[in-house]
Design a protein around this ligand. Structure first.
Ligand SMILES: Cc1cc2nc3c(=O)[nH]c(=O)nc-3n(C[C@H](O)[C@H](O)[C@H](O)COP(=O)(O)OP(=O)(O)OC[C@H]3O[C@@H](n4cnc5c(N)ncnc54)[C@H](O)[C@@H]3O)c2cc1C
Length: 446
């Protein structure tokens, strides 16, 4: 029976544990943290819940068992993420970012690097361990994120440079990062480890000149400004970091010249996670609106669900939730089959579900009516949370869509491969951000 959406006993247990954690430990903290005007205080307010989630294996459970982790599959991770995001997606982002930071070491790191960095991540007796995934930069020059792999040399794309100091066997980092989650740590002195995408060759473009650097907490030359105060996902910390002659030993560098592949693969891995996270929020909005429609009469004799327009609207939301979940699960399963190399389906699920979410929450608001704007009720927060999804995790119209198009544009692409769960190759051959082909097409259009 190869196609079966029934959860196994293990998955049902995982779902129950995640649901209990989300409802009993996380939920009581959310309102105060969400409303705290100080983003760092909001982040610190969830620390106790984070420690509990670490003990349950949710913070680093994706690390392979060989390095002390839970070795949880992408498919099983879906179950946990939906339950947590049904309560708060900002909190779940803190957990997700640990994966964005550490999975590149699993895929691209040396055995020595895996032993050195993954084992402590999975075995912190305090349960406070945080890893930062440090890619994004302010738009402008130098910097910007969506064009990270553009073919132009510095200052286009990634602007954090890492110059090799051969005499000392070190790389010297200079520049800034903007947006990375977790990177500042609980005290704004740094996460336990920050995995940073750096430009090791300033003359080469983004598909040849980028690499990854592991910057542990306590490294001199990194400072953290106040975290960004944002519209949604207020429980997760987004940082502004300055690197000033920050020195890391050369053994902390990996994927030299292949930093673009690191970025692409990490944001492909997170695609199905962000997809099911969207489903979690959409589910909560749907359930709230359904309950409202079944109990609110507006002074009439029947609850408003008896009006066809209300019931139809709710049915549409329900369809979106179910379709989103099926797509997210399919994408996660594909990633399990192909060592996370699902560079079309991972982004597809993320884009589809995150755009679906925003529409679903707005439909739920229309069912509830004007009272959905009342901040004492949950829907206004769901709308704020929903607005983050298409923009974060590599941005839908930037990096994520580009990967789908790159896979499709490959002359050998088989359009039936995804349905058949067959490989969909992606690599250095994929057109970078501003490839000549795209540029020519644009010129032709103008
Ligand atoms: C809650 C949250 C958590 C986050 N966590 C992290 C994290 O842990 N680590 C991290 O590094 N970042 C993080 N980010 C940032 C996030 O990953 C963004 O998705 C990323 O910065 C890309 O944003 P962008 O597409 O707007 O890029 P930008 O470079 O800011 O682009 C701006 C606009 O220009 C367009 N654009 C520019 N160049 C191109 C191009 N070549 N092709 C197509 N479109 C282009 C983009 O599509 C976009 O519309 C987080 C953000 C949020 C809100």
């Amino acid at each position: 029976m190869p196609i079966d959406f029934t959860l196994t006993n293990y998955q049902r247990r995982l779902q129950r544990i995640a649901r209990e954690f989300a409802n009993e430990i996380l939920a009581p903290l959310i309102r105060a943290a969400d409303e705290d005007p100080d983003p760092q205080k909001a982040f610190q307010a969830i620390k106790a819940a984070y420690v509990e989630s670490y003990k349950l294996g949710f913070a680093t459970g994706f690390i392979p068992k060989a390095y002390g982790g839970g070795g949880i599959s992408n498919t099983d991770l879906q179950i946990v993420v939906e339950e947590i995001c049904a309560v708060d997606p900002g909190f779940a982002t803190v957990l997700l970012v640990n994966g964005l930071a550490l999975m590149p070491i699993v895929w691209f790191g040396s055995e020595a690097q895996k032993q050195k960095w993954l084992v402590p991540a999975a075995s912190d007796p305090r349960g406070e361990y945080l890893a930062g995934w440090t890619v994004s930069e302010r738009p402008g020059a130098p910097g910007g994120t969506a064009n990270f792999d553009g073919p132009a040399p510095y200052p286009a794309g990634i602007g954090l440079t890492a110059k090799y100091d051969k005499a000392n066997g070190e790389y010297v980092l200079n520049g800034r990062k903007f947006w990375p989650a977790n990177a500042g740590g609980w005290d704004l002195q740094g996460a336990d480890v920050n995995v940073c995408i750096v430009r090791t060759d300033p003359k080469a473009g983004g598909s040849r000149g980028l690499s990854a650097a592991i910057v542990p907490r306590g490294t001199a030359g990194v400072t953290y400004e106040e975290p960004i105060s944002k519209l949604g996902h207020r429980l997760c910390q987004n940082n502004s970091m300055i690197f000033s002659n920050c020195r890391v030993p050369e053994e902390n560098i990996f994927a030299i010249g292949n930093g673009d592949l690191v970025v692409n693969k990490a944001f492909t891995w997170s695609g199905p996670v962000a997809a099911i996270a969207s489903v979690g929020v959409a589910r909560s909005a749907y359930e709230y609106a359904l309950s409202w429609a079944k109990t609110y009469t507006g002074g009439g004799e029947q609850p408003i669900i008896s009006h066809q327009i209300v019931a139809y609207t709710l049915a549409e939301v329900a369809m979106k939730v179910e379709a989103g979940r099926a797509f997210a699960w399919k994408a996660a399963h594909y990633l399990d089959l192909h060592n996370a190399d699902g560079h079309a389906i991972g982004p597809m699920a993320k884009v589809f579900c995150s755009e679906m979410l925003f529409a679903a929450v707005y439909q739920a608001m229309k069912v509830v009516g004007v009272n959905s704007l009342d901040r004492s009720l949950p829907l206004e927060r769901y709308l704020r949370e929903a607005s983050v999804f298409p923009l974060y995790d590599a941005g839908n119209i930037g990096m994520q869509m580009r990967k789908i198009c790159a896979v499709m544009a490959d002359p050998d692409f088989d359009p039936r491969a995804i349905a058949a769960s067959a490989p969909t190759p992606f690599g250095k051959r994929a057109p970078p951000a501003e490839s000549q082909a795209f540029g020519k097409n644009l010129k032709r259009q103008i």
